[in-house]
Design a protein around this ligand. Structure first.
Ligand code: GAL
Length: 347
C-alpha cells in the first residue's frame, strides 16, 4: 500500500514539472538546445552617449565569459527601427531579449512579440511600460534625482530665493520622470519655503545637448542672466547648458549638475564649469544584467529584491546604487574603478 502511494506521488510530481516545461514549449520555448550556446539579443536605443558604448562592451564581455553569444542592434533613437530590431532578433532565434527602450511605452509591443515566441524580456536601465515585462535591471533612478537636487540645496547662495533652471530628460524615457520625481522631493519644499525659485524648466527632447542649450538660452532671454544653478538631469544636457552659459560669460559662475560621469563632464568638473555628476558604476549593471540574462535563458531562478510598477504590473527589479562625484572624490570613485585615468581628467 505504502509503496503504491509513493509511486503515485512521484509520478504526480514528475508530470507537474514536465507539464510546466511543456506549457512553456507550447508558447515556443526559446531555451537553448541542450547542446547549444545561450543566445542573447541586445536591443539598444542609441550609442550616442558614451555610457551606452561602455554598457554594450561590458555586457558583451561578461556574457561571453559565461559562454553566451550576444547579438547587438542599435536603433539610433527610432522606435520603428527598434521594433524591427526586436523582430530580427526574435527571428534569429535568441533565447532572451535585453532591451534599452528609446520609448518605454512604444516598446510594450516588443514584449508582446517576444512572449508570443516564448522569449523572456529584460528591460535594461530604462523600464518598458504597460506590459508584463519579466525583469527590470537598473540603478536607483529616484535616488539619482534626490542626490542631484540635494547637491544644489547644499550649495545655495546667501541671497534668497536662489534662482534655478531645471532641465529634465527625454519625455519618452521613464527614467527622466524618475529623476524628476527624486529632484522634486528636495526642490518642492524649498520652493514652498521661498528659498528657491524655478525661473525656467523644460524637457530636453531625446536628451540632446543642443536641446538643453536652447532651454538655457531661453531662460536667459526670458529671465535675465542672474541664474544661481542649472539642475541638469545628465551630463549631455549639462554640456549643452554650459555652452549656453559660456556664451554669456557665466560658465563656472553658475552651479551645474549632471549624471553618468562622462569623461567630458569629469573634465568640466576638474576645470570648474560643472559642479558634480552622478557616478553609476556601469560594470555592476552590465555584468549583473548579463548574468541575469543567462540565468533567465536557461530557466534558472532569478532573485529580484525590488519591484517597479510599469503601469501594468509590479515588475521584479534589480536596482544598483549610485554615487555623487565631485572634484574631491573623482580619484576615489571613477579613477579607482579604472573608468578613466587621473591625468585624462585633470589635464
Ligand atoms: C537615461 C540614462 C542616463 C542618461 C540618459 C541619456 O535613461 O539612465 O544615464 O544618460 O538616458 O541617454
Amino acid at each position: 500500500m505504502k509503496t503504491r502511494l509513493i509511486f503515485v506521488v512521484i509520478s504526480l510530481v514528475l508530470s507537474v514539472l514536465i507539464g510546466l516545461s511543456l506549457a512553456r514549449q507550447g508558447a515556443g520555448d526559446a531555451r537553448p538546445e541542450r547542446s547549444g550556446k545561450v543566445r542573447i539579443g541586445l536591443s539598444l536605443d542609441t550609442l550616442k552617449e558614451a555610457r551606452w558604448q561602455a554598457d554594450r562592451d561590458m555586457f558583451v564581455r561578461r556574457a561571453s565569459e559565461l559562454g553566451a553569444k550576444v547579438q547587438v542592434l542599435s536603433a539610433n533613437g527610432d522606435d520603428t527601427v527598434q521594433i524591427g530590431d526586436v523582430e530580427k532578433l526574435i527571428t534569429s532565434g535568441v533565447n532572451v531579449l535585453v532591451i534599452v527602450p528609446h520609448d518605454g511605452t512604444a516598446m510594450a509591443k516588443a514584449v508582446r512579440l517576444a512572449h508570443d515566441a516564448g522569449i523572456p524580456v529584460i528591460a535594461y536601465d530604462r523600464i518598458i511600460r504597460d506590459s508584463d515585462l519579466d525583469l527590470y535591471v537598473s540603478f536607483d533612478n529616484v535616488r539619482v534625482g534626490e542626490l542631484q537636487a540635494r547637491f544644489v540645496a547644499d550649495h545655495l547662495p546667501q541671497q534668497k530665493p536662489a534662482r534655478i533652471v531645471r532641465i529634465y530628460g527625454a519625455k519618452t524615457d521613464n527614467n527622466a520622470s524618475q529623476f524628476k520625481a527624486g529632484q522634486d522631493s528636495v526642490i518642492d519644499p524649498l520652493v514652498k519655503s521661498g528659498a528657491v525659485s524655478v525661473v525656467h524648466e523644460d524637457w530636453a527632447e531625446d536628451w540632446k545637448p543642443e536641446n538643453a542649450k536652447r532651454i538655457v538660452n531661453a531662460a536667459i532671454t526670458a529671465k535675465g542672466p542672474r541664474i544661481d544653478a542649472v539642475l541638469a538631469s545628465n551630463d549631455g544636457t549639462a554640456g549643452g547648458a554650459v555652452q549656453a552659459l559660456s556664451e554669456e560669460g557665466l560658465a563656472g559662475k553658475v552651479l551645474v549638475t549632471g549624471q553618468d560621469a562622462d569623461l567630458v563632464a569629469l573634465q568640466r568638473i576638474a576645470t570648474g564649469t560643472q559642479a558634480m555628476s552622478i557616478y553609476k558604476p556601469l560594470h555592476t549593471l552590465a555584468q549583473g544584467a548579463a548574468e541575469l540574462a543567462v540565468k533567465m535563458a536557461t530557466g534558472k531562478p532569478v532573485v529580484a529584491r525590488h519591484t517597479v510598477n510599469n503601469g501594468a504590473i509590479d515588475v521584479p527589479a534589480v536596482l544598483f546604487d549610485v554615487v555623487t562625484v565631485t572634484s574631491a572624490n573623482i580619484d576615489a570613485t571613477v579613477v579607482k574603478d579604472g573608468l578613466y585615468r587621473h591625468e585624462d581628467i585633470f589635464r
